[in-house]
Design a protein around this ligand. Structure first.
Ligand SMILES: Nc1nc2c(c(=O)[nH]1)N[C@H]1C(S)=C(S)[C@@H](COP(=O)(O)O)O[C@H]1N2
Ligand SMILES: [Mo]
Length: 415
């Protein structure tokens, strides 16, 4: 659908506030269940201070503890300093965001036996992963990014995890194109406008299922490159990342990429699950989410610097390789510029490494000579349609879609 849905027109910037240097004031939400309500701008649970060095929760004990910032049991972020320069984010370093507790490990005991119900097609039916594997195969790299990535830079401190840059990664997926499955089942029913997908979590008893279930609708056009994926970075998708089967909607923000998918339906309406109806909406500051507001769907062009970074300590003066990532979201990324004077002047950086396609990110590097003192580094990317990363964030109640280059600037000390 239209790009208005998720991109941030600079004209709608409301009350641009002064940039705030990160970290100290970061707050996190207390639990995933309240997180859902708070992401929707409706909750009012007290925030708890971030506790650096929290242990990895048991279900992701296999993650690299040195690479992760554990905000809560359901929100783990990749440390900026952990991002490497060879494009793909290793699974042990990839962020985690769960709106509900992850399902029991028993669901990956028989991966090929996992069933998905496909509805809103001429011949609706249930298919096992084993059957899906007979229908087709595609592999692609996508940037998986939470819509709240960069929320930590909002001076308004919206409710929800104060992610910096690490609620994102570049991941390779293998699976069957959704389009192929849809065609194999006779095509979409008339009147289908959305692709609606349901996560396989067990819902808590005694709560209205619609208030907690992870069920999202995206425009049916998002199906063009969508996958039902069973493999991630060369291995079966870990349970925590959505195994045995995950919907991948390239160019769409994280929440639309449904983990442990158990139902995929072509529907006339968007789901009325709270996570769609009021959650993940671009709401004006101070307002609650509602269906008239844009949903977090397509991602916009974005980049950030991973090195050098303040958290890695003082930088020795002389020749320095400024390194980072840039991606276009729904469009390919075209280029990226870097500033070493806080955005006064810009130089074109060089992309390095293979181009893994429109939905992947690219690594960039710019060699510069830095003298002793304080320097503010910034970067701004441009996509293939000519959209450039804006200077200012678009204020919104839940702190979504922060692509501001100024918010992402880094002040480093060169010695
Ligand atoms: N079934 C299900 N799918 C889900 C979620 C969830 O809680 N349950 N969280 C969504 C959100 S908000 C994000 S950002 C991504 C996180 O994916 P990851 O945990 O694999 O990094 O998954 C999305 N898909
Ligand atoms: Mo997310």
């Amino acid at each position: 659908m239209s790009e208005k849905t998720a991109s941030i027109p600079s004209g709608s910037v409301i009350n641009p506030a002064r940039r705030r240097l990160m970290a100290g004031g970061a707050t996190v939400i207390a639990a995933s269940m309240t997180g859902l309500a708070k992401a929707a701008g409706t909750g009012n649970a007290p925030a708890t201070p971030a506790a650096p060095g929290k242990p990895l929760p048991p279900y992701v004990a296999w993650k690299d503890p040195n690479a992760m910032i554990v905000h809560t049991g359901s929100t783990l972020e990749t440390r900026r300093s952990a991002f490497g320069t060879s494009i793909i984010t290793p699974s042990e370093q990839l962020y985690i965001r769960n709106n509900l507790p992850a399902p029991d490990a028993s669901i990956v005991a028989d991966r090929d036996g996992w069933e998905i119900s496909v509805e809103g097609v001429k011949h609706p039916r249930t298919l096992t992963v084993k059957e899906l594997k007979t229908l087709g195969l595609e592999t692609m790299a996508t940037v998986l990014q939470c819509s709240g990535n960069g929320r930590g830079y909002f001076p308004s401190k919206p409710s929800g995890t104060a992610w910096q840059v690490g609620a994102a990664g570049c991941v390779v997926w293998s699976g069957v194109p959704v389009r192929v499955v849809m065609e194999a089942l006779g095509g979409m029913v008339d009147g289908a406008v959305y692709m609606t997908s349901t996560g396989g979590e067990k819902l808590p008893d005694g709560i209205d299922p619609k208030s907690v279930m992870v069920e999202r609708s995206v425009p049916r056009s998002a199906m063009a490159d969508a996958l039902l994926a069973w493999e991630m970075n060369g291995v079966p998708i870990p349970l925590a990342h959505g195994g045995p089967l995950r919907l991948i909607v390239p160019g769409y923000s994280g929440v639309n990429n449904i983990k442990y998918i158990r139902r995929l339906a072509f529907t006339a309406e968007q789901t009325d699950a709270a996570i769609q109806r009021t959650g993940y909406r671009i709401s004006p500051p101070g307002q609650k989410g509602d269906p008239s507001q844009p949903s977090v769907w397509e991602m916009s062009v974005k980049s950030w610097i991973n090195s050098p970074a303040p958290e890695s300590g003082p930088v020795p003066g002389g020749l320095v390789q400024i390194k980072g990532v840039a991606f276009g979201g729904i469009h390919a990324v075209q280029g990226v510029e870097v500033s070493i004077d806080g955005g006064k002047t810009w130089q074109t950086a060089k992309f390095v490494g293979p181009d893994l396609g429109r939905y992947a990110w690219r690594q960039f590097v710019l060699p510069v000579k830095l003298s002793a003192g304080t320097h503010t580094l910034a970067c701004r990317a441009t996509d293939a349609k000519g959209n450039r990363q804006p200077e200012e964030r678009m204020e919104n109640a839940a702190g979504y879609n922060n692509t501001s280059w100024r918010d992402h600037a880094l002040t480093i000390h060169v010695v």
